[in-house]
Design a protein around this ligand. Sequence first.
Ligand code: S3P
Length: 170
Amino acid sequence: MGDRLLKSVVLVGMMGAGKTAVGKSVAVKLGVPFLDSDEQIEIAANMTIAEIFERDGEEFFREKETQVINRLLLEESCILSTGGGAFLAQRNRVIIREHGVSVWLRADLDLLWNRVRHKTTRPLLKTSDPFKTLSEIYEARVPLYGRADIIVDANPNFSIEEMAETVIKA
Ligand code: S3P
């Protein structure tokens, strides 16, 4: 075990920023559990995120997201990677602030687009113009992500390891 964390480290930011990859690396380096809120929602519902959106809608998904984040942060100190929309709701920011240190993995729109453009797993991007949708989501969310405790740049020239080290130092 590494140093005991008093609070959890909660990674927030856009889809494609690398929250899961960086979060896993931070967890290994600190010797603490890694959890992913989307993965936990899928396990609890026994459905994929895309299936939940399709069957029950985004509002239902957001309810589940809040419940899961609450449960995970109450259970134990961990490194928690959250879905891109998780930090937008005030109720989630309150829980995260209470139990964790939030880290915004900030990435440029171009980098995000390059990472998500060929993936079909993001229901919010199933539109006639996914780049436009992503840009609009990005513009709307940046001010809210900016409320995170710490900002770490997900520059493509940095390796996952380097970004994990930056998160740990910060
Ligand atoms: C979402 C991002 C996804 C997932 C869901 C909604 C969002 O997670 O939670 O599709 O609102 O940006 P990732 O950020 O891990 O892709």
